[in-house]
Design a protein around this ligand. Structure first.
Ligand SMILES: C[S@@+](CC[C@H](N)C(=O)[O-])C[C@H]1O[C@@H](n2cnc3c(N)ncnc32)[C@H](O)[C@@H]1O
Length: 767
C-alpha cells in the first residue's frame, strides 16, 4: 500500500498533541529490564524502514520527529545536580540536572542510536542519540557497559507506546572514564592503569583494523598517562592520533597534534637520549601530517610550507614530492580559476562525489546588501559566461552514498523537514554536526551564515572537553543555506529538465535528494532573473555569468524555479526562505490583474495536459507532432502571451511561455519546418528576455535582461538547424556557437549537449 509522507506526518502530529497533554507526568507501563535486555540483545536489528511515496517515487525511509526545540547544555557535568530515572517527567527538559547512566544492552541504529540504560539504583530506560553521523559505528559510541552523563535531559513518549531519554545535541552526552569523583560507586572503574606504550600499541592495532574511533580513544588515553619527559613517545602519539583524526575529517585537532609534535621534535633535537634517526623520522612525519591536515582545512599555502619542511627532513621522498605538486596545483586554481573542468567532470562519479579542487572566490566579496541582509558582490567587471565563483562544499550529503534508505527528519514545531515536502533528503545535518563538533573554528564560519534570526545564538565553546553545537540552529542554518544538487553532475541526462520542463534544478526538486552547504556561495541572494547560474560537479559548485556584471554589482541566482505568477513566486520564497521576491520579473508582474492571473493559471494547466498527451505518444513512437498538435500549441502560446501586460514585459522574461516555446522549437525541427524553427527560436529567446536582432551582416544579442535556462539552448539549436537547412551557414553557425556557449554556462561543461540535441537529429532521420 502506498503511504504518503503527509499521512505519516499527520499521525505524528496527532501523537505529539496527545503527548503534550501528559507533559510533566511520570511515564506509565514502562518496559522492564528483561524486556529491554531482549530488545537490545546482541545482534538485534531494528524493523526495516517503511516504504513511502514521495515526489512520484518510491523510497525506503525512516522518520524522525522533533517535537521539542531547546538549546544544548552549557553547564559542566560536575555543576549539575544528579537525578535518577524515576525523577524524569514526560515532555520535559530537566534544566540544571544530570543523569549518570550505564548502558546495559547493545546499541541499535536507525534514524537515532538507541541503547538500554540503567542508573545506579537499577532503574532502566531507553537512551536515544540523535544527529549522529552514519560513519560512527554505534558500538563505538554506546557499547555495552559505557558510563555516560546526560546533561539536562529531555524525556519523551515515542509513538509506539515507549519512552526515551532523547539527546539532540551530541555535547549533552559526556562519556565518563569511571574515575570522576562524582560518579556513583557502582559505576566506578576498577581497571588498573596501563602504560602509554601499551595503549599506543593497542591504538596501532585498532588502527590496523580500521577501528578509527577506538584508535583515537586509545591514543588519547595514552597521552593522558604519557610522562612529560618522554618527548619521543609523546610526539609519536600525537602523530598517530593526528593520522586517525585526519582520516575522520577532524582536521583541527589533527593540526594541533601535528604542530605540537613539531614543537616536541624541536626539543628532541637537543635531547641526548633521542637518537638522530628517530628524531628525523618523527620530525618529517609531523611536518607531513601537519601538511595533510592544513590541506584538509584548505590552507594550501600553509600546507606547502609544511611540505617543504618535510622535504628538507627527507630529501627525495616521493610521497612528499607528489603532495607538493598537488598542493601547487590547488594554489594555482585558487589564484587563477584555471581549472581543468574536463578532469573535474571525469573525476566525478556516483562512487566519487567529493572532489579535490581548490576554491576560486577572488572575484567577489561579501558585503551588506541592504534589505536583503548580506550579499555577494563582484569586485571586477565580468563578461557573459565568465567563471564568477567556484567552491567546494563545506559539507555535503549525497543520496548515492547514503543508499536508498533515507531518514526524513521533520520538525513538528516549524512544520519543516529535511526535504519532506517534495522528496526525501539525506541528512546534511548529521554530516554538519560531525564536522562542527570536531572543528570549532570551521563551526564559527558556518554559524556566521544567515540563521533566519534563530535564538539563542551560542558561540562554539568547549565544555567537558566537547564542542557545544546547537543541532536545531545547525538545522535552521542548513535549511536556509543549502542547495539541492545532483548526485553526480548537472549535465547528467536525468538531471536536466526534460524537453517539456523549463526551469533550473532547484532546492525542492524531488530528483535532487542530495544537498550541500557552501560557505561563500551561501551569501548569494535570490532573483528570478539572476545574473549567474549554478552548475554542479560532485561537491563543487560553479557559478558563471549569464550577462555582463559590473564591478560592484550584486551576484544573484535563482533559488527556485518560476511559479505561474509573481504572487505564487513570492508566496513560495516566503515559505521557503522568509522573503518575498522583488526582482524585475516580479515587479513587472505586479500590475497583472487577478483575472489575467487566473486565466494564465488555467492556460498553463492546459499546456501541461497537452504536452503530457504528446509525451505519451512520443515515448512509444518517436512521434513527429502532427499539424493539429502544433496548431493547438501555437494557439495556447499566443493566449498565454496575452496574460503578460505588454508594456511591463517589454524585454522582460515571461517565464510560463518557456514550456511551450521549447516544445515548439523541437516540433518544427522534427517537422522540417525550417522557417518556423527560426521564428520560434527567436520568439523563445525573446520570451527569455534576450533581445535578438538578426541582420544580414550577423546577429546582435542583448543579454541585459535575460534569464538563462535550457530553453535558451533549445531556442538557439532550433534557429541554428533552421538557418543551416535553408542554406544560411553563417547564421546557422552563429546560433550553434551561441547554443553551445549557453549550455556550457548552464551546466559547466559541454557533456550532455550532443546527447540531448543528437536526439532531435535522430528523430529527423526516422521521420
Ligand atoms: C542563503 S541566504 C543569502 C544570504 C543572506 N542574505 C545573508 O545575509 O547571509 C538566504 C536568505 O537571504 C535573504 N534573501 C535572499 N534573497 C533575498 C531577496 N531577493 N530579498 C530579500 N531577502 C533575500 C533571505 O533572508 C533568505 O532567507
Amino acid at each position: 500500500m502506498e503511504i504518503q509522507p503527509d499521512q505519516i506526518i499527520a499521525s505524528a502530529r496527532k501523537f505529539a498533541l496527545g503527548a503534550d497533554l501528559r507533559k510533566g507526568q511520570q511515564a506509565r507501563a514502562k518496559m522492564n529490564r528483561a524486556e529491554l535486555e531482549a530488545m537490545f540483545r546482541k545482534g538485534a536489528v531494528l524493523p526495516t524502514a517503511r516504504t513511502i511515496w514521495c515526489g512520484g517515487q518510491e523510497f525506503l525511509a525512516r522518520y524522525m520527529f522533533i517535537n521539542h526545540v531547546y538549546p544544548p547544555s552549557i553547564m559542566p557535568t560536575e555543576q549539575l545536580e544528579p537525578m535518577h530515572i524515576p525523577d524524569l517527567r514526560l515532555e520535559t527538559r530537566h534544566e540544571g540536572r544530570v543523569l549518570l547512566l550505564r548502558t546495559i544492552g547493545h546499541p541499535l541504529s536507525g534514524p537515532v542510536i538507541q541503547n538500554a540504560v540503567e542508573d545506579d539504583r537499577a532503574n532502566v530506560d531507553v537512551l536515544a542519540l540523535c544527529n549522529i553521523h552514519k560513519s560512527i559505528p554505534p558500538n563505538s559510541l554506546l557499547p555495552k557497559g559505557a558510563v555516560v552523563a546526560i546533561k539536562e535531559p529531555l524525556y519523551e513518549a515515542i509513538s509506539d507506546g515507549k519512552y526515551q531519554i532523547r539527546v539532540d545535541h551530541p555535547s549533552d552526552l559526556v562519556f565518563l572514564s569511571g574515575v570522576e569523583d562524582y560518579i556513583p560507586l557502582p559505576f566506578r572503574s576498577t581497571t588498573t592503569e596501563r602504560s602509554a606504550a601499551d595503549l599506543n600499541a593497542d591504538g596501532n592495532a585498532a588502527s590496523a583494523k580500521k577501528d578509527l574511533h577506538a584508535a583515537v580513544k586509545l591514543y588519547s588515553e595514552a597521552m593522558q598517562v604519557c610522562p612529560d619527559q618522554d618527548r619521543s613517545l609523546r610526539a609519536k602519539l600525537r602523530c598517530n592520533r593526528a593520522e586517525i583524526n585526519l582520516l575522520l575529517g577532524r582536521f583541527e585537532p589533527a593540526l594541533s597534534d601535528a604542530e605540537a609534535a613539531i614543537s616536541d621534535c624541536r626539543l628532541l633535537v637537543s635531547d641526548p637520549m633521542a637518537t638522530p634517526s628517530t628524531t628525523s623520522t618523527i620530525d618529517s612525519t609531523s611536518y607531513f601530517r601537519g601538511a595533510c591536515t592544513a590541506y584538509g582545512l584548505r590552507d594550501f599555502a600553509y600546507a606547502r610550507s609544511l611540505l617543504q619542511e618535510a622535504q628538507r627532513c627527507r630529501p627525495g621522498n616521493k610521497t612528499v614530492k607528489r603532495e607538493l605538486e598537488r598542493t601547487e596545483q590547488r594554489i594555482q586554481e585558487e589564484q587563477t580559476g584555471g581549472y581543468d573542468f574536463d578532469a573535474m567532470s571525469n573525476a566525478t562519479s556516483l562512487e566519487c562525489s567529493r572532489l579535490d579542487f581548490a576554491d576560486f572566490i577572488r572575484l567577489c566579496e561579501v558585503r551588506d546588501a541592504g534589505g536583503h541582509g548580506k550579499g555577494l558582490f563582484a569586485t571586477t567587471k565580468l563578461g557573459v559566461g565568465s567563471l564568477v565563483h567556484c567552491e567546494k562544499a563545506f559539507a555535503a550529503a549525497f543520496a548515492s552514498e547514503e543508499g536508498n534508505e533515507t531518514t526524513v527528519v521533520y520538525d513538528l514545531s516549524t512544520e519543516r523537514g529535511n526535504g519532506v515536502a517534495t522528496g526525501p533528503n539525506v541528512s546534511i545535518v548529521n554530516v554538519l554536526m560531525e564536522k562542527l563538533s570536531h572543528n570549532p573554528r570551521q563551526a564559527a564560519r558556518f554559524q556566521a551564515l544567515h540563521d533566519a534570526d534563530y535564538e539563542p545564538k551560542l558561540p562554539p565553546s568547549s565544555i567537558d572537553g566537547k564542542t557545544v553545537i546547537d543541532s536545531f540552529r545547525t538545522t535552521t542554518i542548513a535549511t536556509t543555506n543549502r542547495f539541492g544538487l545532483p548526485s553526480v553532475r548537472s549535465s547528467e541526462k536525468h538531471e536536466y529538465p526534460s524537453e517539456h520542463e523549463a526551469g533550473h534544478q532547484h532546492n525542492e526538486d524531488s530528483t535532487l535528494a542530495s544537498s550541500a552547504v557552501w560557505i561563500v556561495a551561501s551569501h548569494i541572494n535570490h532573483a528570478c532573473d539572476g545574473n549567474v547560474v549554478r552548475a554542479f560537479m560532485g561537491d563543487m559548485i560553479i557559478f558563471r555569468a549569464t550577462r555582463e556584471i559590473q564591478a560592484g554589482e550584486e551576484i544573484l541566482t535563482q533559488y527556485c524555479g518560476h511559479q505561474v505568477d509573481s504572487v505564487a513566486t513570492q508566496a513560495h520564497t516566503k515559505k521557503g526562505w522568509g522573503f518575498e521576491c522583488d526582482c524585475a520579473i516580479c515587479q513587472a508582474d505586479a500590475g497583472t490583474s487577478q483575472a489575467m492571473r487566473t486565466k494564465r493559471e488555467a492556460l498553463v494547466a492546459e499546456c501541461k495536459a497537452l504536452l503530457e498527451e504528446f509525451s505519451a505518444l512520443d515515448a512509444a513512437l518517436q512521434y513527429i507532432p502532427d499539424s493539429l498538435f502544433v496548431a493547438k500549441a501555437e494557439k495556447l502560446r499566443e493566449q498565454l502571451q496575452t496574460t503578460y501586460p505588454a508594456e511591463a514585459f517589454t524585454n522582460r522574461p515571461r517565464p510560463t511561455l518557456n514550456i511551450l516555446g521549447m516544445w515548439l522549437c523541437q516540433a518544427y525541427v522534427r517537422r522540417r519546418e525550417w522557417k518556423k524553427a527560426i521564428i520560434s527560436g527567436k520568439l523563445l529567446l525573446r520570451d527569455l528576455g534576450y533581445v535578438v536582432r538578426v541582420l544580414t551582416t550577423g546577429v546582435d544579442m542583448d543579454y541585459a535582461n535575460c534569464s538563462l535556462e535550457t530553453a535558451a539552448v533549445d531556442a538557439a539549436v532550433g534557429a541554428s538547424k533552421g538557418f543551416f537547412a535553408l542554406g544560411n551557414a553563417k547564421h546557422g553557425q552563429w546560433f550553434e556557437d551561441f547554443a553551445r556557449r549557453m549550455w556550457m554556462i548552464e551546466y559547466g561543461e559541454l557533456r550532455g549537449y550532443a546527447e540531448r540535441y543528437g536526439r532531435w537529429a535522430s528523430v529527423l532521420i526516422l521521420g
